[in-house]
Design a protein around this ligand. Structure first.
Ligand code: BEZ
Length: 212
């Protein structure tokens, strides 16, 4: 069965461009973005893997490790890395899992046979330090992903894990947040939101981002 939000993601051991990876050990106490691409030496994938490499300082700031995957083998990945680095002007600074036996692709349901029988789609899994699945989405092969959106979701998850807020449409770090509807006691509201809040509707209360 496909993984659902809140599920504990399965562990695996698989080869990568940085040697064998036992996923749980490799992830440690970090957040992880595990993302699959259809194939090495393809144009959109080349731009995606380069983009993730350039975003490493942003992932590091948030305690996130990146891990790519396709069904190609290590030799293929290693041959392709040079092209990524040359064309995207970056250094690949995270591992690419080699999954020719489809062990991880099957575990994480990354092959969607009605899209392509043998290649992984563009899946993304955001996994928290407790190894719980916090977000997944799937893009078609023809559409490169927006990795700024992935950073935005991580910002939202890390904020809302620590404060009784949710983040509204198109929120980015620093914007006003929504107070969760379960907080109703005026004293608790005052204590939790010392910067105040605006009650647009009884169920829609906006407050400055609490950790800014
Ligand atoms: C690409 O990365 O450009 C790509 C890969 C598979 C199918 C279509 C495009």
């Amino acid at each position: 069965m496909a993984l659902r939000l809140g599920d504990t993601v399965p562990n695996f051991t698989q080869a990568s461009t940085e040697g064998e990876i036992n996923f749980y050990e490799w992830a440690g106490d970090n957040w992880v973005i595990l993302f699959s691409h259809p194939a090495d030496f393809t144009p959109v994938c080349t731009t995606e893997l380069g983009t993730v490499a350039k975003l490493k300082p942003e992932f590091d700031k948030r305690g996130v490790k990146a891990l790519a995957l396709s069904v190609d083998d290590v030799e293929s990945h290693k041959g392709w890395v040079g092209d990524i680095e040359e064309t995207q002007q970056t250094t690949l600074n995270y591992p690419i899992l080699a999954d020719p036996d489809k062990k991880v692709s099957d575990l994480y349901d990354m092959i969607h046979p009605n899209a392509n029988n043998t290649l992984t789609v563009r899946s993304v899994f955001i996994i928290d330090p407790q190894k719980k699945l916090r977000l997944n989405f799937t893009y078609p092969a023809s559409t490169g992903r927006n990795f700024d959106e992935i950073l935005r979701v991580i910002d939202s998850l890390q904020l809302t894990d620590n404060y009784k807020v949710a983040t509204p449409a198109n929120w980015t770090d620093g914007d006003d947040c929504v107070i969760v509807p379960s907080i109703k006691d005026p004293e608790e509201l005052k204590e939790r939101f010392p910067k105040g809040y605006e009650e647009v509707k009884p169920y829609l209360r906006m407050t400055p981002q609490p950790n800014k």
